[in-house]
Design a protein around this ligand. Sequence first.
Ligand code: ADP
Length: 300
Amino acid sequence: LPELLDVEYLVGLPLVAQEGQSLGALVLGKRSEPFASGDSEFLQVMGGQAAIAIENAHLFQKIQQAYDELKELDHLKSEFINIAAHELRTPLAILIGYASVMAEESTGEDRERVDIITRNAMRLNVLVDDMLNLNYLETGQAQLKIEEVVLQDVVQEVLRDMQAMADEKSLAIEVNIPTGFPPLQTDRQKLDLILMNLLSNAIKFTPEGGHISLKVRRHRDMARVAVSDSGVGIPPEERDRIFERFYQVEDSLTRQQGGIGLGLALVKSLVELCQGEIRVESEVGKGSTFTFELPLRYPQ
Ligand code: ADP
């Protein structure tokens, strides 16, 4: 090796990774004078640094690869959701159509049974819509249709759809919107979805006899909407994660509630699309409050 490198003196140091496997060697050559005793210390330090740098580069490569694989998986998952949702749509529409015909023709106990079919088919429909909407948002296909929206009207409409769900569990829903609250420049359909998802979660995660409230206030140039419940609450370490897609606090195998963990991911994306923000406060066993703010005037 000295001849090959055209040097007189050589020192070498194996480069060892933290777990002990060998990464190579660092070789230093000198032409004229021999190495001094300090040089080996210097070499040791250099070798240590080089080993760390090589290890980091390997790690980075591995992380990059894992990240690419995750991205691919994520894409497949979105694709699957999209196809599944589209395929579920048609049979569901037929089911709801026939159920409404049957509802008109039936009375008494039969009518109650048909109503249960309709209600649950509608729930499925909301789920399918969530799946499709999230996909639109993620692929950047979602568009805003800004109009003047009277919050009182939207809330009333959403509550009409939710009331049956709340009644089933004897939950009281209290609404508090100041009279004369200014209309909002926003996308009505998106606001509908946001409220529907937050309220349906509040109903889902609140035990029988509890209460739910929807409070609207003005905060600077934003409308602030708070949906509170006296339900099970969310542990602090879960509060960020519940906004992730498919994340549910309770394991899907043991949980008692329906849903696939898309509602809050959708809500967050919708709020942000409408130039707003959302946050959650909660106490386990006491309840949760989801607060979102939307600009009163949509920024041009
Ligand atoms: P899902 O439709 O499965 O409930 P979401 O995305 O709407 O999915 O919610 C994710 C998770 O966040 C829920 O599974 C639940 O664990 C928790 N969560 C959401 N809203 C509430 C709430 N009001 N009270 C307690 N937990 C909640």
